[in-house]
Design a protein around this ligand. Structure first.
Ligand SMILES: [Zn+2]
Length: 453
């Protein structure tokens, strides 16, 4: 088997790996490049393969850097099935719709190119095949040793790492590896025996704070914000971080009775639609969430929560007096409904922005996190006078310890490890650790490189 590294190689976005054996070609993930300056052109560049020669795509999870270019494959002639887990597939549909909406807006406003159109998304939707964890996904003829199995990666709802059997060899693709002890999603399953492990190392050089502390930290931030009488803005990714935060509010309000009754808004269509997907698949919850669900507690809803789906509903937030809480996307303040709340409250010394997500360099979120005295939003200069609070322990990615433990969790060591989905310093730090601690041959993937297994 040959594996070609067609994205997330030397960087964290654009996940895409082509596996070729006995003339058959499949893809693992086909995500968008994001954030960096070359991202816009990388997304429109030709693929390193001919899309018409690909027979199937396996998608690890619903983050846009793993699933966002699948409709582009259809635009370029791919017509095969796209496999994802059941909740993964439902969330991927939402992401494609949302992405198309964002691209259409950007195209109208700034003339940015459209990567794909509605018919491509429609076609992708009809070819999306939901699968359960542990279910055998046939990629060749019946009886042929060419099949895949999804295992829970514990990263976001429905996320998977992939066990891929290819004519006598086994490759595992980690997708994104989850952090342990986060609300709703289960911890990752152990690694399985494999000849090669293609592994992410986003946090290969870092450790996270204690997850036990984070609910208490969130509670303190809310209480302080209420005392000051301002608005509390929580910019959050619509899928996963939003549901984790709602879970925490539910716990603090309904079970610990630890918060005063104030209005809490969930402002954004994608997050509200994602909630519906979470409710549709209770069999995928971890034991804590499953117990709540069984006892009749909808942990994404609690007294005081108002969801604002339409723009008209969203406008009612402005006229609601403080104190109040507003949870809205995007997580890095790069668009979405959070923008107009920021315009309103960043300059208010009584208000607070709570950062619960990673803020990439070059984003508005990073400037706010770095306490820039002034920021520009929609061409308007806004002084930053509000409180800024950081909650770093919310992470959907495993840290260095988790990654190492997982790479060593199979009955037998992987034959070799190839590191992807990491910036260069994180990749080299983690590669060294794998060599020293696990004593497994390791290499860092380069874009376009082909590995023979
Ligand atoms: Zn991810």
């Amino acid at each position: 088997m040959h594996i070609q590294f067609c994205g997330a190689s030397g960087e964290v976005t654009g996940s895409c790996f082509m596996v070729e054996s006995e003339g058959k070609k499949i893809l693992v993930d086909c995500g968008m490049f994001q954030g960096s300056e070359h991202a816009a052109t990388s997304n429109t560049d030709p693929f390193l393969f001919d899309a018409t020669e690909i027979s199937a795509v396996l998608v690890t999870h619903a983050h846009i850097d793993h699933c966002g270019r699948v409709p582009l494959l259809f635009e370029r002639g791919f017509r095969g099935p796209v496999y994802a887990t059941e909740p993964g597939a439902a969330l991927i549909r939402l992401q494609w719709d949302d992405m198309l909406g964002v691209m259409t807006t950007e195209h109208r406003k700034h003339g940015n190119p459209m990567l794909y159109q509605q018919p491509d998304v429609d076609r992708a939707n009809t070819k999306l095949v939901p699968k359960k964890y542990s279910e055998k996904i046939l990629l060749g003829a019946p009886g042929e040793d060419f099949f895949a199995i999804f295992h829970d990666a514990g990263h976001i709802f429905g996320s998977a790492f992939i066990e891929l059997h290819v004519h006598g060899k086994v490759a595992v693709f980690s997708g994104d590896m989850g952090n342990d002890d986060v609300p709703i999603v289960k911890n990752s399953e152990n690694l399985v025996d494999c000849d090669v492990l293609v592994m992410e190392a986003t946090y290969g050089d870092r450790l996270h704070g204690s997850p036990r502390q984070r609910r208490e930290d969130l509670r303190k931030i809310i209480i302080e914000s209420v005392k000051r009488g301002g608005a509390l803005l929580i910019p959050a990714f619509s899928i996963e971080r939003t549901q984790e935060i709602l879970f925490e509010f539910n716990q603090l309000i309904e079970f610990e009775h630890a918060l005063p009754r104030i209005p809490i808004f969930l402002d954004g269509p994608l997050a509200i639609h994602a909630n519906a997907v979470y409710r549709a698949f209770p069999q995928y919850y971890d034991s804590e969430a499953a117990a709540k669900w069984k006892a009749g507690d909808d942990f994404l809803d609690f007294p005081g929560l108002k969801v604002t789906l339409t723009t008209e509903e969203s406008k009612t937030i402005n006229s609601t007096p403080n104190p109040k809480v507003i949870i809205a996307g995007s997580g890095m303040m790069s668009g979405g409904r959070i923008m107009h709340h920021l315009m309103r409250y960043l300059s208010d010394p009584n208000s607070t922005v709570a950062l619960v997500s990673y803020q990439a360099e070059g984003t508005l979120g990073r400037r706010v996190q770095d306490r820039a005295p002034m920021v520009t939003i929609n061409g308007e200069q806004i002084p930053v006078r509000c409180h800024i609070e950081r909650l770093d322990s919310y992470s959907a990615h495993g840290d260095q310890n988790k990654l190492l433990a997982w790479a060593g969790s199979a009955p037998h060591k992987p034959g070799r490890i190839i590191i992807v989905h990491a910036d260069p310093s994180s990749a080299s730090t983690f590669a060294e650790l794998v060599t020293v601690r696990l004593k497994i041959p390791v290499q860092v993937a380069r874009f376009g490189e082909i590995a023979d297994i």
